[in-house]
Design a binder for this molecule. Structure first.
Ligand SMILES: [Zn+2]
Length: 125
């Protein structure tokens, strides 16, 4: 399919798709006249790109994930896995804090053991 259809289906501006192509993250095929052509495989790659971007991965990191032969790929993915696990821990702590703080009766955070613990955790990470 053409780049305009992909842009519509994924709700991504055409210039962004071109940028991802130019950066080598999701590289489209080319028609005889030089226009970008996308297959279902490209769409899957683009959806993975969007999901990975959504959790804060850089284009370079995503390119590494999507390129099976890339040198240093396993190391980069292992590093990324570590970061995602750290993020999950931080999200769980934040969830616990928000669940608590909605009904917290202490006038000062420093007087509340639960609020204090969250602040100390945040400072250590
Ligand atoms: Zn509290």
């Amino acid at each position: 399919m053409k780049i305009g259809e992909v842009a519509q289906r994924l709700d991504v501006p055409i210039h962004v798709l071109r940028h991802w192509d130019d950066m080598g993250v999701v590289v489209a095929d080319r028609s005889a006249s030089g226009h970008r052509i996308y297959t279902e495989e490209h769409l899957y790659r683009l959806r993975i790109l969007q999901a990975c971007q959504g959790i804060g991965m850089s284009l370079a990191e995503i390119r590494n994930v999507l390129r099976r032969g890339a040198p240093g790929r396993a190391t980069a993915i292992t590093h990324q896995l570590h970061r995602v696990r750290q993020q999950r821990i931080a999200l769980e702590r934040t969830e616990q804090f928000l669940t608590h703080v909605i009904d917290c009766r202490h006038d000062l955070l420093t007087r509340c053991p639960a609020c204090s613990a969250y602040a100390e955790d945040a400072a250590s990470t």
